[in-house]
Design a protein around this ligand. Structure first.
Ligand SMILES: *[C@@H]1O[C@H](CO)[C@@H](O)[C@H](O)[C@H]1NC(C)=O
Ligand SMILES: *[C@@H]1O[C@H](CO)[C@@H](O)[C@H](O)[C@H]1NC(C)=O
Length: 955
């Protein structure tokens, strides 16, 4: 939430009350031109690189290859390291050979150091070295002058690095205006060291050219210091002012940048979070995509501005291959995308082709970060799923959510008091609408002191939580990372006395303005601080909490109302002496991590946590769910929730949703209803609303609309077994829950830019209605030789085809893919927990060969016991008139009483008899019904335990 601060902040600071304008104030946020390193880097145009690789300095050790690079202007040497990693991955790092002081390298994001593969130098000429990676299918060509890298896979060029000469590395240097004799001699010494280093190195290897020796050994040209200082200041290298904020830049310029060329690729994706289409646009005439976690008030759509989270992973896809570039850097980052086919019409391309000038389409990507080192991973696929697995091997997979958390969540800013909570809870039952969780926003705490309860509004939180528990429901309360400065507030005084706050550049506790007024920010980069924070979630520390209370981390970009761009000053200081500049994009990840670990800790390590976060980074999937922040009640915001969550899913974060109804503004009823229908088919399903909006609980919009909303939520609950299985596949195998069509149909180019429909797993295609007054939607059903079934009518469609689907206000266009089997629980209940022992129905949708497959995963739904094999993982296979159920993982030992109530076979012919065969040899004739109009066969009461083997034969 962000709006109130304008009332509060403005009222408090200027004593005026303004109505906020309903769009982002772009001047609060920097453009590339206003971010000095972005401006400096962008002013370097493509051309021959200023860098050379000194081939004579090449070294091959057990796990890596290294070589020095030299910039012909600055003469500052860099070290390039190449690590061939298991599973078609390569890691490349570039750092200064001898930086003045260490440069920040990201920690805590990778889940481990991936195993190295064999690297060999397999060829060399005057200007090139050839390295073979892994089994030899991949090659890396290192060109000396100008420096570039080319990656080949099976003889085919898939990617080039620095081929446009945009390698940019601002070496650390002493500040000119403090250039005392001491510093100057230190710098002098450094140059001598550099010189020695180079001459000794070249002596050792004896192959570096004469030229290399000379240039590396030269002293830098003497320049007019006054002149340089002036130039540098103008460029914002030593100090930078934005609006009223000055960044003191104690380390001076330190940015890094690099370009990647992707021949044969016209479609790139990823690098969330942006409110933009799934397919990334070229940025030649706009700002680059920005990755800098920010609390953007009423964000604008279809642009490249930064939002709350950042995952520096970009995917490229064409009909032959998918690949990924993971740029491991947590500082402010900008990504430029250009293409040689952008703007060309199809006719233009054809003309060019016919005239013989058909150049290969190519996309170029340029990364620019403010500090740190260059550290990137090339994920060479070749399939989309291979890239997902490669990325997950680096940053982990989606945490398996507790079952309740994939149900429906009811939130608003704010449920006012315990009575309000009780009434809302009771109204769900009165209107027969399932829900699992009711949420409390910042007003629940005592004066925005998190971990406390307002003594008047929430005097007996345990009674309230017990009441919910009796209904088998949960609560989520907000815990934000800004801590009210108040010596009587225990959390604050403990953090202060333990010296756990982030510091200013001068060493005092960093203070900013946020919800509680004056606030300080715990230094979550400090592992001791995180452990302490985690311990605060213990039941004896967090008073009034119980095991059905879960947590929401908001404002963790971090949001600082009076800070530059509404966030923390970049020269603030963290644990280890690192500047906020270096770690900014990771702050929210650390808050999320410490909170999730706290919930695990309070249960003695037994229970899975649920924590929602607004800010995120690579690896956030390991800690819980993400939502798209403070959206608005507009049709366009509903529409963009799809590509926003798809981009997150591609970047490893599957548990994503958008505020149903829109956070700001008051949705018209039609929009709200459509949003429920769309949200029911997105991974994280929560309604939320701003404090200033009228109440909008599902039953407040007339009987018809209540019925439609109930129906949407019930569809969600019926599919929970399917959702849970998808989450297990995400957790276990890194398969995105919600995925773009092209992931399932990688060779169908017409799917590459589609983002108004998507797949859930490989079985359901969803195309929510996102237009006002819609009478029909245009649907694309992909898959040569495949069929799809409308899940509501069982109508069968041959693919590929474009379909005009008429819709009414209650239609949610969803299609089951022929060849899939989906488990459901079709008895509506109050909450997911109430459905625990309900029986299953299998929906078997036959393909044109009359076959289908599917899976079901289940466990206790809340503990970590599944890691001790307490799970059921089943495989269903329908083939030649036989449905068999077998174990997909025989290690699973979970025992359940859940049973199979019904099997619905869609696209079937009518059998004469159906026999159930069980492992004990028993045979039972089953009753069935056949609808010849829809070709749907309903098999009644197989009655078998869902975890047991069986075969059902149709004759
Ligand atoms: C690596 O790439 C090759 C093709 O270049 C592919 O056959 C192989 O399956 C890939 N390995 C992995 C682990 O993805
Ligand atoms: C399904 O069963 C058929 C017949 O037993 C078998 O040939 C086929 O390989 C099975 N399919 C899968 C995916 O297990």
């Amino acid at each position: 939430m962000a709006t109130r601060r304008w009332f509060l902040g403005l009222a408090l600071i200027f004593c005026v009350c303004l109505i906020p304008a309903l769009s982002v104030d772009k001047t609060n946020f920097k453009t590339c031109e206003q971010s000095s390193f972005c401006r400096r880097q962008r002013s370097l145009e493509p051309g021959p690189s200023q860098y050379r690789a000194l081939l004579g300095s090449a070294k091959l050790t057990a796990d890596k290859f290294e070589i020095q690079l030299i910039n012909d202007k600055t003469k500052v040497p860099l070290l390039l390291e190449v690590f061939g990693l298991h599973g078609n991955m390569t890691r490349i790092k570039i750092n200064e050979l001898k930086p003045l002081k260490p440069r920040y390298e990201v920690i805590d994001v990778l889940v481990g150091t991936p195993a190295s593969e064999n690297l060999q130098v397999t060829g060399q000429d005057d200007n090139t070295l050839e390295l073979s990676l892994g089994d030899g299918g991949q090659k890396l060509l290192v060109t000396g002058s100008p420096f570039r890298l080319d990656v080949l896979s099976d003889q085919e060029l898939v990617l080039s690095v620095n081929s446009r000469g945009l390698l940019y590395f601002e070496h650390l240097r002493a500040r000119k205006d403090t250039l005392s004799a001491k510093v100057s001699s230190a710098v002098g010494n450094m140059w001598h060291k550099v010189k020695n280093l180079f001459s000794s190195d070249s002596e050792k290897t004896n192959t570096a050219s004469e030229n290399d020796n000379q240039s590396a050994g030269e002293e830098p040209e003497t320049v007019n210091e006054e002149e340089t200082k002036k130039e540098e200041d103008e460029a914002g290298m030593w100090e930078e002012t934005f609006k009223t904020h000055t960044d003191s830049k104690p380390s001076g310029p330190s940015s890094v940048g690099l370009d990647f060329s992707l021949p044969g690729f016209e479609h790139v994706y990823g690098i969330p979070e942006h409110a933009d289409n799934l397919r990334l646009r070229t940025t030649e005439s706009t700002d680059p995509y920005r990755l800098y976690n920010l609390d953007v008030f009423q964000y604008e759509l279809y642009n490249t501005m930064a939002l709350y989270g950042a995952v520096p992973l970009l995917l490229a896809h064409n009909i032959h291959r998918t690949l990924g570039i993971f740029w491991l850097n947590a500082a402010e980052t900008w990504v430029d995308i250009s293409s040689n086919t952008a703007g060309k019409t199809l006719f233009g391309k054809m003309l060019q082709y016919m005239q013989g000038g058909g150049e290969t389409p190519q996309t170029d990507v340029r990364w620019m970060s403010e500090s740190g080192i260059i550290d990137f991973f090339l994920l060479l696929g070749p399939s989309p799923t291979a890239v997902f697995k490669q990325y997950a091997s680096l940053t982990g997979t989606q945490a398996l959510p507790p079952y309740f958390s994939i149900g429906y969540h009811q939130c608003r800013w704010n449920y006012n008091d315990e009575d309000d909570v009780r009434n809302v809870d009771a109204s769900f039952d009165e209107h027969d609408i399932p829900y699992d969780v009711i949420w409390l926003d910042i007003e629940h705490a005592d004066g925005k002191r998190y971990f406390t309860w307002d003594p008047h509004k929430f005097p007996t939180p345990k009674n309230m939580l017990t009441g919910l528990k009796e209904k088998r429901r949960k609560m989520v309360a907000i815990v934000d990372p800004h801590i009210k400065i108040d010596s009587a507030y225990r959390i604050h005084s403990e953090i202060r006395s333990r010296n756990y706050y982030v510091k200013t550049k001068d060493g005092s506790d960093y203070e900013g303005w946020c919800w509680p007024g004056s606030a300080a920010y715990p230094d979550f980069t400090n592992p001791e601080m995180r452990a302490w924070w985690s311990s605060m979630f213990s039941y004896d520390q967090y008073e009034g909490s119980m095991d059905n209370l879960f947590v929401w981390n908001d404002m963790n970009e971090p949001s600082v109302f009076n800070g530059p761009e509404v966030t923390m000053h970049k020269d603030a200081v963290h644990w280890g002496g690192w500047e906020h500049r270096d770690i900014h994009n990771m702050y929210g990840l650390y808050v999320h991590q410490a909170t999730a670990e706290g919930l695990i800790h309070r249960s003695g390590g037994k229970e899975r946590p649920f924590v929602l976060t607004r800010a995120f980074f690579a690896g956030s999937q390991r800690y819980g769910a993400v939502w798209t922040g403070d959206n608005a009640a507009d049709w366009e915001h509903l529409k963009i929730s799809i590509p926003m969550c798809l981009s997150l899913a591609l970047a490893g974060i599957s548990f994503c949703g958008a505020d149903v109804g829109g956070f700001f503004k008051n949705p018209e009823t039609e929009l709200l209803v459509r949003w429920y229908q769309a949200g029911a088919y997105q991974p994280f399903f929560r309604a939320h609303a701003h404090l200033d909006t009228p109440r909008r609980e599902p039953w407040l919009h007339g009987q018809t609309n209540t019925d439609i909303i109930r129906e949407a939520i019930q569809q969600r609950y019926a599919l929970l077994p399917f959702w849970y299985t998808l989450f297990y596949n995400a957790h276990r195998d890194a398969e995105p829950v919600m995925r773009p069509l092209w992931v399932e149909f990688p060779e169908d180019m017409s799917t590459f830019a589609i983002d108004d429909q998507y797949m859930l797993g490989s079985a359901l295609l969803v195309h929510p209605v996102t237009e006002a007054n819609a009478r029909e939607v245009h649907i694309y059903l992909p898959g040569i030789g495949e069929v799809w079934y409308d899940v509501h009518t069982y109508q069968k469609y041959k693919a590929p085809q474009k379909l005009y689907q008429p819709v009414t206000s209650s239609t949610i266009p969803v299609y089951q893919r022929g060849g899939s089997i989906i488990p459901r629980k079709d008895r509506p209940r109050r909450s997911s927990d109430c459905m625990q022992s309900d029986p299953f129905t299998l929906y078997v949708a036959l393909d044109l060969q009359g076959e289908a497959q599917g899976q079901l995963y289940l466990d206790d739904g809340h503990s970590f016991n599944y890691q001790q094999n307490e799970f059921v993982y089943r495989k269903f296979n329908y083939s030649h008139g036989q449905l068999t159920s077998s174990s997909l993982d025989p290690q699973g030992t979970f025992e359940t009483s859940e049973w199979l109530e019904r099997v619905i076979i869609i696209g079937s012919s009518k059998p004469n008899s159906i026999t159930l065969h069980q492992p004990d040899g028993s045979e039972t004739q089953l009753e069935f019904e056949y609808n010849s109009q829809t070709s749907v066969l309903t098999v009644r009461k197989p009655g078998v335990n869902i975890a047991s083997d069986f075969t059902m034969s149709l004759r």
